[in-house]
Design a protein around this ligand. Structure first.
Ligand SMILES: Nc1ncnc2c1ncn2[C@@H]1O[C@H](COP(=O)(O)OP(=O)(O)OP(=O)(O)O)[C@@H](O)[C@H]1O
Length: 263
């Protein structure tokens, strides 16, 4: 489904600030794989997701989705079939617009852009049902401006928007990191439900080792610009936080307090 082959990316090449962020990233996701991505600061996790989303041209390597080589495809075209949720709850939604307006815009993903949003009654009804399924009581606030919602509510809504038109690939870049632990757990459970229901192929970056082990059927650990561990199914299910710590130690990586506390 997703084939990332030998991707290299150096920022500020040839200058004093040169940074080799990706040094030959290779991995494959099967249809419906839910893969958590873990690694220390600067390991290249976000850069990998950004490369897949087309945020910048890569130096070499290739990215193929569903048999189509998208390596040179511009970001806006990839956005038609890649859903993304970022760490910052302010990023995925339009604060000055209503919940139902935000959903109506997301409903148009992949179609010709237009300034009008249609309030087709059957869609509005469907959006209300979807929002109710979040279990956050937002179904009674469909005409409220999104800027009034809490961070957790906004992330849950962003998830709905990213998956309203089923994406071929869902990219989650630490989308619960800015939330308090209880809200983060709730948004992760919502994430798992949406991913399982729609059988979405998903890459989810997390700094939380327990979450990396708990969610999904795949786990990739990155170090110094490339994957150093890639496990699936039973092999993943057998892993413990202690095993992950050993891999970090073997790689010579420091483990942040945040990771240790979460293990
Ligand atoms: N746009 C950019 N311009 C310059 N350097 C960048 C850019 N994006 C990332 N880098 C650098 O590339 C390296 C990898 O960064 P990346 O954000 O992918 O790491 P990460 O594994 O996601 O880390 P973290 O857990 O801290 O978010 C870092 O040294 C970072 O400073």
């Amino acid at each position: 489904m997703l084939e990332v082959k030998n991707v290299h990316k150096t920022f500020f090449a040839g200058t004093a600030n040169e940074k080799k962020a990706l040094r030959g990233v290779t991995f494959t996701l099967e249809d419906g794989d839910f893969c958590t991505v873990i690694g220390s600061n600067g390991a290249g996790k976000s850069t990998t997701l950004n490369a897949i989303a087309g945020a910048f041209p890569i130096d070499s390597g290739s990215i193929v989705i569903d048999g189509t080589d998208i390596t040179k495809m511009p970001e806006y075209k990839r956005a038609a079939f890649i859903g993304r949720v970022f760490q910052d709850p302010m990023k995925g939604t339009a604060a000055g617009m209503m919940i139902e307006e935000n959903l109506a815009i997301a409903d148009r993903r992949g179609t010709r852009p237009t300034l009008r949003w249609s309030a087709r009654p059957e869609r509005t009804e469907y959006f209300t049902k979807l929002v109710a399924s979040l279990g956050l009581g937002l179904e009674n606030r469909m005409t409220a401006h999104v800027g009034l919602l809490s961070g957790g509510q906004r992330q849950a809504l962003t998830l709905l928007m990213a998956t309203l038109v089923r994406p071929k690939l869902l990219l989650l870049d630490e989308h619960t990191a800015a939330l308090d632990p209880k809200t983060a757990a709730k948004v992760l459970d919502i994430t798992e439900r949406i991913v399982n229901e729609q059988k979405l192929t998903t890459l989810m970056i997390t700094h939380n080792m327990r979450d990396a082990l708990r969610y999904g059927n795949r786990l990739i650990m990155m170090h110094d610009g490339r994957p150093i561990l890639d496990v699936r199914d039973e092999e993943k299910a057998k892993l413990t936080p202690v095993d992950l710590l050993k891999f970090f130690e073997k790689a010579g990586d420091g483990v942040s307090d945040k990771m240790l506390l979460a293990s």
